[in-house]
Design a protein around this ligand. Structure first.
Ligand SMILES: [Zn+2]
Length: 272
């Protein structure tokens, strides 16, 4: 009886909506709509920082940790990689954010990090802090989805094109210009590319016209992995609000692997 009443109620609602010419329910599961970004409230985040000082690991820690805490996340920050090797600790972590350039990682630390991500801990980072961290560790690079190899021309003006307008990380953002390093990377084709940039041939003539992913999401085991190549310095991001927005939204997305289902996609970059 109850279910029949509910059905009749819904039918009446639909009929009324047809009269008004408006849909009753927003179709939030429509694949053409961005899924909502998860909240950071209650998330346990490990923020690791260090390596080459030119990428401002301390400054980024001083900016990012208070922001994460303002989003009601619990943050443990570490200037070394020892937490990665602590399996009991890593089991409790929802998300690792790493800002460590041109450093080294022990086999035990690498295994600990990768095991945690395979089991569902998320990973997020930007620029060299995540994708130029450990040049001698291909399994780590298999997890990140890319490795920096060059930034032809150094710091220059270039533009970033948003490739995904129905993904919550880049939803509503327009293409933008930035003055920073333009990363040339070796990239796993099995990532979902969120934004790209096109190289000119001013510095290296043979890459003229090359379209390069700038931000992506992927999975490694059960863990969500997010990366943006933008972020040589905190000031470059402060000068380019869209670039900072992409990183913050990517952090939100990557934090939820243990808490909600992840999209299942295979989206080769050369399918763009
Ligand atoms: Zn840099």
């Amino acid at each position: 009886m109850n279910s029949r009443r509910t059905f009749i109620g819904k039918a009446a609602l639909f009929a009324a909506s047809a009269l008004l010419g408006k849909p009753v329910y927003l179709n939030r599961y429509n694949s053409s709509k961005a899924l909502p970004l998860p909240s950071l409230k209650g998330r346990k985040i490990l923020f690791t920082y260090g390596g080459w000082p030119g990428h401002e690991p301390d400054k980024f820690k001083d900016y990012m940790v208070p922001w994460l805490e303002s989003e009601d996340a619990t943050v443990v920050s570490s200037s070394n990689l020892e937490p990665y090797a602590d399996a009991d600790f890593m089991k409790e972590i929802d998300l690792v954010i790493q800002c460590i350039t041109m450093s080294s990682i022990t086999a035990e630390q690498e295994q600990g990090l990768l095991a945690a991500i395979k089991a569902g801990t998320g990973m997020a980072g930007w620029h060299g802090g995540m994708c130029d961290s450990f040049r001698n560790n291909p399994e780590y690079q298999y997890m990140t989805g890319g490795q920096w190899v060059a930034h032809p021309g150094g710091i220059l003006d270039y533009s970033v094109q948003i490739s995904q307008h129905t993904d919550a990380v880049t939803d509503g953002l327009n293409d933008f210009k930035i003055k920073s390093e333009q990363y040339y990377m070796h990239i796993d084709p099995n990532v979902k590319v969120l934004a790209t940039t096109k190289f000119n041939g001013n510095a290296d003539s043979w890459i003229d016209g090359c379209v390069m992913p700038v931000a992506w999401k992927k999975t490694y085991g059960k863990g969500r992995v997010f990366y943006s190549a933008l972020g040589h310095s905190l000031q470059h991001l402060a000068d380019t609000p869209a670039a900072l927005t992409i990183i913050k939204r990517g952090i939100h997305w990557a934090s939820a692997s243990k808490h909600e289902a992840t999209e299942n996609w295979v989206n080769p970059v050369y399918g763009l």
